[in-house]
Design a protein around this ligand. Structure first.
Ligand code: PMP
Length: 300
């Protein structure tokens, strides 16, 4: 099928994802006037789809982007793209932009028609599967800070990625795979496409401020509590991070990835941590539990 490599829904039609095109005048492209989420399908089931769509709807409301579909319709479209692609493991992006108006380059916000775009493509790993096992090298970015919540509310999942992209290049220049960004107060936030968690003496810590409230991190915290670990959502200093027993990244597009070095120094023993491995194993086991399965109602 031409949709096997991925299926998109744009302007009322399903089509091969690779053939999908949007207008150059779309405010999502021109002004990052957009919000989105990425959910995933594993072994044929969505994981926490409703959580993703709720966060997406809340983001759109904060951005005051009129949502052109209901929650059920959005979930149906996501299911529809997956079903048409035939993918059993998929990366499913839904975004809503302010759209574009009738005249080229229209700037009057009220004159723009918001656009919903959905696509399902083969599952993407922010870090390759081998990295899940062996771990990654990370640095704390020095050249750039994470944009603070009073600049870009991190609850609005947004394509404003300039800081994250620059931090990635810095990491590469320093011989690492990725970077963690500090906020303007010097606390650890997140990285390009993932939340950061650390384990110290049986407690899991993750940042409270200036981060996206990730669904994978929430899942990891739930798993950690099931294992009897304490969890703290609070401020993390670079010193705390350097002293961690374990560090891991959490994201929909890749799950739980151990971090084995930070700024060139070993994290803990310099190998993937025991809790990280347990949490990762449990995370992937959850994919086969049907509790979160949301059945498609109808296709638009
Ligand atoms: N932070 C940022 C900046 C992200 O882009 C992402 C995922 N796209 C995350 C954290 C992780 O969020 P989630 O677990 O909901 O995928």
């Amino acid at each position: 099928s031409p949709l096997a490599g991925g299926c998109a829904w744009i302007e009322g039609a399903f089509m091969p994802a690779a053939a999908a095109r949007i207008s150059i005048f779309d405010a999502g492209f021109g002004h990052s006037d957009v919000t989105y989420t990425v959910a995933h399908v594993w072994h044929g089931n969505f994981f926490r789809l409703e959580d993703h769509v709720e966060r997406f709807l809340a983001g759109a409301e904060k951005m005051r982007i009129p949502m052109p579909a209901t929650k059920t319709e959005i979930m149906d479209l996501m299911h529809g793209c997956v079903a048409r692609s035939g993918l059993r493991e998929a990366y499913v992006n839904v975004c809503v932009t302010r759209g574009y108006g009738r005249k080229p380059g229209e700037k009057n916000l009220e004159a723009l028609d918001s656009q919903l775009y959905v696509y399902a493509i083969p599952y993407l790993w922010v870090f390759s599967p081998i990295r899940q096992i062996e771990g990654i090298d990370a640095v704390i970015a020095q050249s750039v800070r994470r944009s603070p919540a009073n600049v870009m509310d991190p609850w609005i999942k947004n394509y404003q990625w300039g800081d994250l992209v620059r931090a990635t290049f810095e990491a590469q220049e320093r011989g690492a795979r990725t970077a963690f960004l500090l906020d303007s107060d010097g606390f650890v936030t997140e990285g390009p496409g993932f939340n950061v968690l650390m384990v110290k003496d049986g407690t899991v810590f993750t940042a409270a401020r200036n981060v996206l409230p990730g669904i994978t991190r929430r899942t990891a915290l739930e798993i950690a509590r099931d294992f009897g670990l304490q969890t703290v959502i609070g401020d993390i200093t670079p010193e705390m991070l350097r002293g961690a027993d374990e560090i891991f990244a959490a994201t929909t597009a890749g799950g739980i990835t151990p971090v084995v070095t930070l700024d060139g120094a070993p994290v803990g023993a310099g190998v993937p941590g025991g809790w990280t491995r347990k949490i990762r194993t449990r995370y992937w086991q959850m994919m086969d539990e049907p509790s979160d399965l949301i059945e498609p109602v109808s296709y638009l």
